[in-house]
Design a binder for this molecule. Structure first.
Ligand code: IFM
Length: 637
């Protein structure tokens, strides 16, 4: 196929049923003629161990010999770094297997595959190339004749089974017994079930409709259905950007979608934080604190994995120091926030009792130690807030307000546990060393942690001294195509009032009940024009869309929303190749549900305050509140 002519090529993904299809017409160089080929493939949502490919070949001109080669390939790499060591391989007749291990942690992945076809007159032959075993299938097609080949692949890792190869083989035999149609139907049913709970219908704007469905599809395929030891990385599983590491992107941007529509998946991802808390304890201890401090970038163990140095994008022979792993500390409060939100939405007391409360209290202990007593209260100095253009700042408003909120909730939750499970509270107090003084101290910190909020104007200063920095002369950068940080330099941006992404505005959205109208307006008017919307962080636009809705400015919100909507579908930032922007995808859902629909949960019900752009005719979605399903259907009269 690398010779000849390819015509009528089309490739499309069916978001509704999770199938990737390709079709093309191939004309050979010589006199063999034309062939129509279609490929259909899916990774089963019903059985995460199963992948299926179906190929159909039709010879359009005259009889032809056709050979199909199918293999399992261990020679895969990212940016020149191979993934696998070969453990074993085998092939015989229609069946092939491959066992490989990750090169550093030696986790095994075993795959077994089988080719089946609807034709009788075919010959199969095993092929045993090292690291790439396969099957060769040959047949003769008459003019107009066609045939179908299915490749079923079952895979298990050493994290799933003691003998992953045996597990993959038995799973494969079962898949063969069921056959393609049954497997496909099970897969489609699982997708139907997903969309039934999670779809968002948007009428009057096909581009926005496609963007939200694409975003939700990407989030779903990145989430494990049952594994509590993994979460969703900043770039999902779709690219090598950020090496699969998990950031606050998950808890603050991605999780709300799952919490509201697929709570069992949200719970899995929160369990990931519980299962990695040892790493958080180590991080706190390494920094000289008690309690648990979550890593800015987290992987398998929960230890900090943010690279300290990366190549300078302008001159790769030089290195840039990355400070986020050292001082972007707000993630610990963000995780507490996501746990609290999950509890409020689901009412999952069991989780809160055994997992949520212990995490929130142990991380509160970290804050109690991390804050610095100063003459007029407490401070958190030398941090990075969500706006990463500024580093080593003191009293970042977002961080301090989230810490204040975290400590208040810790006190409240300990009391809740005391009321509902007194025996648990005794054990937890003992394990964590919580005493009456601890609670008094948490209350005191929450009451006196610095937060520069001017009652007269409503303005919140992003960090100490932010308002004294010079403004950027925006007129000079009218037709720029690069971020303000790359134009001003790291220190240049650090010394100006320019934001990479929402910081104070992010805070207003997360703790929206705490701030009055004046505060919303003053801070929007101040920070929105100082933010690098197009070339700063992809996390920003969806949040600005939500915030603009809170201010009843849906047309401005729409512009921000579409900036987020195009991050992947139109590669608006030119970096979609690094992987899907998971936070932006989750942010789209929040912008629609919390922003444009204005959904708010009340004690036992909910309310919506629709503010749709004029051309949107309908916005409809469902969510689950304390086990009960609710439908929201907003239509323009
Ligand atoms: O977590 C984000 C951060 O807020 C901005 N830079 C990229 C990170 C990963 O998406």
């Amino acid at each position: 196929m690398d010779r000849g002519r390819v015509e009528d090529y089309a490739r499309y993904i069916d978001l509704r049923s999770g199938v990737l299809r390709r079709r093309l017409r191939w004309t050979s160089d010589g006199d063999i003629g034309r062939f129509d080929l279609t490929f259909e493939r899916f990774a089963s949502l019903a059985d995460p161990h199963l992948m299926v490919v179906r190929v159909q070949v039709q010879a359009l001109d005259g009889p032809a010999s056709v050979e199909i080669q199918a293999s399992l390939n261990s020679h895969v790499d990212n940016w020149g770094h191979p993934h696998w060591d070969l453990v074993s391989q085998g092939s015989s007749h229609q069946m092939v297997s491959l066992e490989v291990a990750t090169r550093s942690t030696q986790k095994t992945l075993a795959m077994s595959a089988q080719l089946t076809t609807n034709r009788e007159d075919v010959s199969f032959e095993g092929r045993d190339d090292r690291g790439n075993p396969g099957i060769r299938l040959r047949t003769e097609l008459e003019e107009g004749g066609s045939f179908t080949v299915d490749k079923l692949v079952a895979m298990y890792t050493s994290r799933d089974a003691d003998d992953p190869l045996a597990a993959s083989q038995s799973n494969l035999l079962e898949a063969i017994r069921l056959g393609y149609e049954v497997l496909f139907n099970e897969h489609k049913d699982a997708w139907r079930e997903f969309w039934n709970r999670s779809d968002v219908i948007l009428e009057g704007d096909d581009e926005a409709q496609l963007a939200i469905r694409h975003a939700l599809f990407q989030l779903r395929i990145a989430a494990s259905s049952d594994d509590e030891r993994v979460s969703i990385g900043a770039k999902t599983l779709s690219g090598f950007g950020y090496r699969g590491h998990v950031f606050w992107d998950n808890e603050i941007f991605v999780l709300p979608f799952f919490t509201y529509t697929q709570p069992s998946l949200a719970r899995n991802m929160l369990m990931y934080r519980w299962n990695t808390i040892q790493g958080a304890r180590r991080k706190a201890a390494d920094n000289g604190y008690v309690g648990a401090q979550y890593a800015w970038e987290s992987a398998e163990s929960g230890d900090e994995v943010t690279p300290r140095w990366v190549p300078d994008w302008k001159d790769p022979t030089k290195k840039i120091r990355i400070w986020t792993g050292d001082i972007q500390i707000h993630i610990t409060a963000d995780i507490a926030y996501a746990i609290w939100q999950y509890w409020q939405v689901t009412g999952d007391d069991e989780f809160m009792r055994h997992v949520g409360t212990p995490i929130i209290l142990e991380t509160a202990i970290f804050w109690g130690d991390r804050v610095e007593p100063v003459s007029d209260g407490y401070a958190l100095s030398q941090v990075i807030g969500p706006d990463e253009y500024h580093h080593h700042v003191d009293n970042n408003a977002f961080t301090n307000a989230m810490v204040r909120w975290h400590l208040e909730k810790a006190v409240e939750l300990r009391e809740w546990l005391h009321q509902t499970a007194p025996e648990d509270v005794t054990a937890l107090d003992r394990r964590l060393g919580i005493t009456a003084e601890t609670l008094t101290k948490w209350r005191d910190i929450a009451g006196r942690l610095k937060f520069n909020h001017d009652p007269k104007t409503g303005l919140i200063e992003q960090f100490d001294g932010f308002f004294e920095l010079p403004d950027v002369e925006w007129d000079r950068y009218g037709d720029r195509t690069a971020s303000m940080q790359s134009l001003l330099g790291i220190e240049g941006a650090n010394q100006h009032q320019v934001l990479k992404q929402a910081d104070v505005i992010m805070l207003l959205c997360l703790l929206r009940d705490q701030f009055d109208d004046k505060t919303w307006r003053a801070n929007w008017d101040y920070y929105n024009p100082r933010t690098d919307h197009s070339y700063g962080s992809s996390l920003g636009p969806a949040i600005h869309a939500w915030a603009a809705c809170e201010l009843e400015r849906p047309d401005i919100a729409y512009k921000h929303f579409m900036r987020a909507a195009r991050a992947d579908l139109q590669d608006a930032r030119g970096n979609a190749g690094d992987g899907i922007h998971a936070a932006s995808a989750g942010g789209l859902w929040q912008a629609l549900v919390f922003g444009f629909a204005g959904l708010e949960l009340t004690q036992d019900s909910h309310r919506v305050s629709p503010r749709l752009p004029t051309h949107w005719k309908r916005l409809s979605f469902s969510f689950c509140h304390r086990g009960e399903r609710h439908e929201v259907d907003i239509r323009r009269a």
